[in-house]
Design a protein around this ligand. Structure first.
Ligand SMILES: [Zn+2]
Length: 414
């Protein structure tokens, strides 16, 4: 008997594994061009471990136990995940939150959480015998696919907005991906990638459309639980664009609760830029869908989407976990980069610092109590978008090469 099957998150219909099957055929009939994905499929694994396996979270045995992997020999030879859960004592003291942690996903191979999804998608592509994997991306998913594909020796084609931060473009190009900058938005690149995959027969890794992207990201939840000695945190703050990272975390905590490994899933709190806040608006409206945020724009390029692809799944996870959704301005995001770096030693891109920015809003609104066990997911490295961090800092002029000049500079900058 197959180890897993798919279930449509909208109509509940179940489907057997099929390399050609990405979304529910019935619900995708209602697909609107440029809108959220209709008929997103969730992976249902028939038998999850009932006790915690004694492997590192990046070991093949661990991944095989919790993920829908049929042939572990197809796992790319690149350790992904198993990132640290940091206590951040200085940030704890400043916020008066003695049980606050950072899940530092900047330490993944390509510097972002997206590596988790790419690892599973490339594994499945190899199982299916595909020779090319394609994705649309704001930048990080493309870099992640490029990195994992390079390790595995499979071709990657990535469609990204031409306005993606230069470091991300250089990164994906260096890994050897075929980089196609699109003179248009991420949303346009997403539709083009879908059409290109159908035309050229490529395997589509685009987030939410490929169900393994959601499933792959759940490993962050498993690692958080094991780092807290299999106790669930009370709340996790999640930078949110397409809604797939939050949905993946929700799936991970639900899997653990279903297997009896934790008591209950934590509240999931989505954090979005005010300029790209479709999920926040959808949550506030109380519906199962999110309206398009036309003209979405933010310094957090990773979170800038007009139509969150997994709006349905993200809003469902927020609701079932009794979570919430908050928005933050770009000025707060920018300030949060330096606040996080100076108090914790973790340098994040604007999207990565969004969890900290959102925490302040959540505290002010009483969505989080200072005594609770709270985790901030730091999704991407600041080295991916140095210009965004630099914009919040004063320009540093060089000094004469003398001790006196150095003394004067240190005295004036403290
Ligand atoms: Zn369906």
């Amino acid at each position: 008997m197959a180890r897993f099957h798919f279930r449509c998150i909208e109509c509940g219909e179940t489907y057997r594994e099929d390399p050609q099957l990405l979304v529910c055929p019935a619900c995708s009939a209602h697909q609107v061009a440029g809108g959220a994905i209709r008929g997103v499929l969730e992976v249902v694994i028939r038998s999850l471990p009932s006790s915690w396996p004694h492997f590192r979270a990046s070991d093949a045995e661990f991944l095989e136990a919790f993920l829908p992997i049929s042939d572990p020999a197809c796992l790319p030879p690149l350790p992904v995940g198993d990132t640290p859960l940091l206590e951040a004592p200085r940030l704890r003291r400043e916020l008066g939150m003695p049980r606050l942690w950072l899940k530092d996903d900047t330490r993944n191979p390509s510097g972002s959480t997206k590596d988790r999804a790419s690892l599973l998608v490339v594994t499945k592509a190899l199982e299916y015998g595909c020779d090319t994997v394609a994705t649309a991306s704001t930048g990080n998913a493309a870099s992640a696919l490029a990195a994992v594909a390079a390790a595995a020796g499979i071709r990657a084609v990535v469609l990204v907005p031409a306005t993606a931060p230069p470091a991300k473009l250089t990164q994906m190009q260096s890994y050897g991906a075929t980089v196609v900058p699109v003179a248009g938005s991420y949303d346009r690149a997403f539709e083009l990638c879908r059409e290109a995959c159908e035309r050229f027969g490529w395997y589509n890794r685009s987030t939410a459309l490929n169900p393994f992207t959601i499933e792959g990201k759940k490993t962050a939840a498993l690692e958080i639980a094991v780092a807290l000695s299999l106790e669930s945190p009370d709340a996790v703050l999640v930078p949110t664009g397409d809604g797939v990272i939050l949905a993946g975390l929700g799936k991970g905590f639900r899997d653990l609760a279903g297997a009896g490994l934790i008591d209950h899933p934590p509240r999931l709190i989505a954090v979005q830029p005010a300029g790209s806040a479709a999920i926040v608006r959808g949550f506030s409206a109380g519906g199962a869908h999110a309206a398009v945020h036309a003209g979405a724009a933010s310094i957090a390029d990773s979170l800038t989407v007009e139509a969150p692809r997994n709006a349905v799944g993200c809003l469902a996870e927020i609701a079932s976990s009794k979570g919430s959704a908050v928005e933050v301005g770009d000025d707060v995001l920018r300030a949060s980069i330096t606040r996080l770096a100076r108090l914790t030693g973790v340098f994040a891109e604007p999207a990565g610092a969004a969890a900290l920015a959102g925490l302040q809003v959540a505290l002010d609104r009483g969505l989080v109590d200072r005594g609770e066990r709270v985790v901030l997911l730091i999704t991407g490295s600041g080295l991916k978008d140095v210009a965004a961090a630099a914009a919040a800092l004063p320009r540093i002029e060089p000094v004469e090469p003398t001790l006196e000049a150095i003394g004067r500079r240190v005295a004036t900058t403290g």
